[in-house]
Design a protein around this ligand. Structure first.
Ligand code: ATP
Length: 134
């Protein structure tokens, strides 16, 4: 039985990661989902959260801003709206995005797209959490 599974992570902008891995745990829309080699085929939407990749006995973490995952027995494909490794995250930019989103949510205006501001807030909090190793 195969001990690894091929993992591909891509965004509309770039190819983020491509490797044989032991396991990947993703923030699926209805909870964290771990995928091992020979997993049954499935497709799921992903929410904002941390992707955990187990590779060569180590764990790599990525911040994911949501997207989709397709699982086949020997391959996992993640198409994410945006994904970063901790060292790629600009902490000050994320803090500024968080401040901006919070300000919008606090504004008492009918012109605010609340869902959009809430989503931006969640992305920023997720990036800050990963960049700070929390
Ligand atoms: P911002 O308002 O700062 O652009 P955002 O959450 O709206 O944040 P996204 O639309 O999710 O940004 O991402 C757009 C692109 O910018 C993606 O390539 C993403 O990886 C990158 N990106 C966003 N925020 C950061 C950050 N803090 N550090 C590094 N890259 C980032």
């Amino acid at each position: 039985m195969a001990k690894t599974i091929q993992l591909d992570i891509a965004t509309p902008e770039r190819h983020v990661y491509n490797n044989e891995v032991e396991m990947v745990i993703v923030p699926a829309i209805d909870g964290d989902l771990g995928v091992l080699p020979n997993h049954a085929p499935l497709m799921t939407a992903l929410k904002v959260g941390i992707i955990r990749v187990k590779v060569d006995g180590e764990e790599k973490l990525l911040a994911s801003s949501g997207g989709f995952m397709e699982v086949k027995p020997d391959q996992v494909t993640i198409l994410s709206e945006a994904t970063e490794f901790p060292e790629e995250i600009d902490l000050e930019r994320a803090r500024e995005a968080k401040r901006r989103a919070k300000r919008r949510l606090e504004e008492d205006s009918q012109h605010i797209n609340e869902a959009r501001a809430e989503a931006a807030l969640q992305r920023a909090i997720n990036r800050i959490k990963l960049a700070k190793g929390e």
